[in-house]
Design a binder for this molecule. Structure first.
Ligand SMILES: Cc1cc2nc3c(=O)[nH]c(=O)nc-3n(C[C@H](O)[C@H](O)[C@H](O)COP(=O)(O)OP(=O)(O)OC[C@H]3O[C@@H](n4cnc5c(N)ncnc54)[C@H](O)[C@@H]3O)c2cc1C
Length: 322
């Protein structure tokens, strides 16, 4: 058995450790919906739970930093990259099956697939997935939702791999969640399987709700430009997009990052934006909204990688750094 030794981490050894893809000094922009950010020292895609468990065990033993990535649709990857291992679940972690009113999905399965299969089976409760990119794993970790619906309440059971390589089953009581947050976020655990308990409902009703969700998105969100969804959480009783618009920042731009004209809570990468450009736009929005409305906007997107925390902690005041 191969082990990465503490203090002497040579990521090249990873090639012998797992069967999936292993790349070094690898650009991460193509793996995020923002399409920006630097390189990861190593990028791996394990294909089996066994390989993933062995990978986490070795990295933890060696004290090597690692981060999990799903569809990369809720993250802001640092321009400076990441001197650690980015782990994205390989194809072996995709697929689902339905058992009565339960959907058992591997964590790398795309939300669009989960929604399609639930619709087919006449299972309601996840219609709000319509138009949300990313994986079911990322959605459970971030408690994804739309309007007043969240994924959290549908979670029945989870399987994780701990940083020490143990495979553990969690009951729903072991998983806590809040607004775009959960006990699994940046915990070091890898989520590998999700069981959702949904409701048998007439197909026509499900179809109607899905169509409504799609319709709202089509009219209110940028269609083709690169983004990572809502940048800020909505403050109690208000909307971050509405506040941003009210202080006159629709279309506001720093470098290649611009506040969307379609929805002011979306910041667009025009093509050559840096992650620092996005942060600069966020900072200006927060400043102006605070000055004019005395509301402190809380980021929803997650800064991943080797950020200089001192430089961004005023913007990401709700996080400890990752
Ligand atoms: C156009 C657009 C619209 C959007 N609309 C919505 C919306 O309506 N509602 C909403 O909630 N979000 C929305 N989002 C944001 C995003 O799509 C969701 O939050 C989605 O659930 C993120 O999943 P992901 O797989 O892309 O996760 P990532 O962005 O890859 O990761 C998010 C976090 O989860 C962690 N993570 C991912 N997978 C795992 C895993 N298997 N194990 C452990 N940790 C993991 C990562 O480390 C990171 O901390 C939108 C984004 C876009 C681009």
């Amino acid at each position: 058995m191969l082990t990465l030794e503490r203090e002497t981490v040579d990521f090249r050894e990873l090639e012998h450790l797992i069967k999936g893809k292993v790349e070094f000094d690898h650009p991460m922009a193509p793996y995020t919906t923002y399409h920006l950010g630097g390189k990861a020292a190593a990028f791996v895609e394990p294909q089996t739970i066994h390989d993933l468990a062995e990978l986490l065990r070795c990295l933890t033993h060696a004290g090597a930093p690692y981060l999990m990535l799903g569809g990369g649709s809720n993250v802001l990857f640092a321009d400076e990259g990441f001197q650690g291992v980015m782990i994205r679940l390989g194809r072996g972690f995709q697929g689902l099956h339905i058992e009565g009113d339960r959907v058992r999905a591997k964590a790398g399965t795309k939300l669009v697939t989960v929604l399609a299969k639930a619709r087919e089976a006449g299972l309601g409760g996840v219609e709000f997935f319509a138009g949300i990119p990313g994986t079911i794993g990322g959605a459970v970790v971030g408690n994804a939702g739309a309007k007043k619906a969240w994924i959290g309440p549908t979670v029945e059971e989870l399987t994780i791999v701990t940083p020490h390589g143990q495979v553990k089953r969690l009951e729903k009581t072991d998983y806590t969640y809040g607004y775009r947050n959960s006990s699994l976020k940046l915990s070091g655990n890898a989520l590998v399987e999700v069981v959702l308990r949904l409701k048998k409902e007439p197909r026509a009703g499900i179809e109607k709700k899905v169509k409504e969700y799609f319709k709202v998105r089509r009219g209110k969100q940028p269609k083709t430009e690169k983004n990572a969804g809502s940048v800020f959480k909505n403050p109690e009783g208000n909307f971050s997009g509405r506040l941003t618009e009210s202080v006159g920042l629709k279309g506001f731009k720093v470098g290649g990052a611009r506040v969307s004209e379609v929805h002011a809570n979306f910041i667009i990468n025009e093509g050559a934006a840096t992650a620092h450009d996005v942060v600069a736009v966020m900072r200006e929005i927060q400043k102006r909204v605070w000055k004019e409305c005395q509301i402190q906007l809380e980021p929803e997107i997650l800064p991943l990688g080797d950020w200089n925390w001192e430089e961004i902690k005023d913007v990401f005041w709700n996080m400890k750094g990752s």
